[in-house]
Design a protein around this ligand. Structure first.
Ligand code: SD4
Length: 318
């Protein structure tokens, strides 16, 4: 059995490529890195890699992580600037016994020494988004940029190895140095090849409060199906946050277990995700929570066409 699941429609091309590799007995580490790089390189996705939206100082600071579920090797970078593929740097770091999570300048120095590709990640399009946002009334509250968020993936290969990985520019207009859940093990991602893995997108500040990816893996270890585990973890964290703090940020989770069964849960409307397994062609679904149960629907062709159209539409400076 093999499989790969990812947050958001934007992962579709990446997981399609990865599924070709997995079908031929490819490695879960190679497949997930390839899939995430595909998203990082596509300039029209505004919250991952090249073309990602900048922080309040108009700098693109990126977070990424990689975890191997066989060995628990784990590497991450946070607030790294000017490198094309943070996921590859994170994967490289996962091989280090110490110093495997690096931030900002330290991460950049490591990447430079290791010969990773330097790139100015701030596109003209992202600058227009930035200037438009500055002109808009300053919303006091920082919110995830609706619909184009972190890419998080879980992958299983034919040899039963599992991996998890994330990559993001975090929240648009975040403060310089702000780090979200995505490079934080247990919050943005977690994987154990004996059990399964999970990955998150949404408001990092709230996702971290529940160590939610770890919680889902823990629930699967107790015997829950990934769908049940995702629903329970999301509903509980959403409830706790509302009780204690009056509200909960966006929480969307994907998970896959070591049998290739998958699950998804969210507390928002219209969360999209992409999945491919030995039994299922790469497919994009939309999901929403109805009465504590998640309903997944295959995205219509119209929805898919409209998605690309709006992503690539010319951008007007306000
Ligand atoms: C973060 N979780 O940095 C990421 C961003 C994201 O929806 O997924 N936004 O908090």
């Amino acid at each position: 059995m093999w499989g790969i699941i990812a947050t958001w429609r934007m992962a579709q091309e990446g997981i399609s490529k990865a599924s070709e590799l997995l079908k031929d007995g490819g490695d879960a580490g190679d497949a997930i890195e390839m899939a995430i790089r595909e998203v990082e390189d596509f300039p029209f996705y505004k919250s991952v890699g090249y073309g990602g939206l900048p922080n309040e100082e108009m700098e693109v600071e990126l977070d990424a992580a990689y975890m191997d579920g066989d060995t628990f090797d784990l590497g991450a970078v946070a607030a790294i600037k000017d490198y094309a593929n943070p996921i590859s740097i994170a994967r490289r770091l996962s091989k280090e016994k110490v110093n495997s999570v690096l931030v900002a300048e330290g991460a950049e120095k490591f990447a430079h020494k290791e010969g990773f590709e330097r790139k100015n990640m701030l596109t003209d399009r992202a600058k227009i988004h930035y200037r438009n946002r500055v002109k808009e009334v300053q919303e006091q509250e920082i919110t995830p940029y609706a619909g184009h968020d972190t890419v998080g993936m879980v992958c299983l290969d034919e040899k039963s190895k599992m991996t998890a990985a994330t990559s993001t520019s975090g929240l648009f207009m975040k403060r310089k140095g702000r780090v979200g859940d995505s490079p934080i093990a247990g919050s943005g991602f977690y994987v154990d090849s004996k059990v399964g893995g999970a990955s998150a997108t949404g408001l990092g500040e709230d996702l971290m409060k529940g160590c939610i990816s770890y919680e889902i893996v823990r629930l699967m270890k107790e015997g829950m199906h990934p769908q049940e585990a995702c629903e329970k973890a999301v509903l509980e964290l959403d409830k706790e946050l509302k009780e204690r703090r009056g509200k909960a940020g966006d929480l969307s989770l994907i998970a896959m277990n070591c049998k290739g069964e998958w699950g998804v849960a969210t507390n928002i409307e219209g969360f999209s995700f992409a999945v491919a397994t030995a039994n299922e062609e790469p497919t994009v679904y939309l999901t929403k929570m109805v009465d504590g149960k998640c309903v997944h629907e295959v995205a219509s062709q119209e929805w898919l066409d409209n998605y690309m159209k709006t992503r690539t539409a010319p951008l007007v400076e306000k």
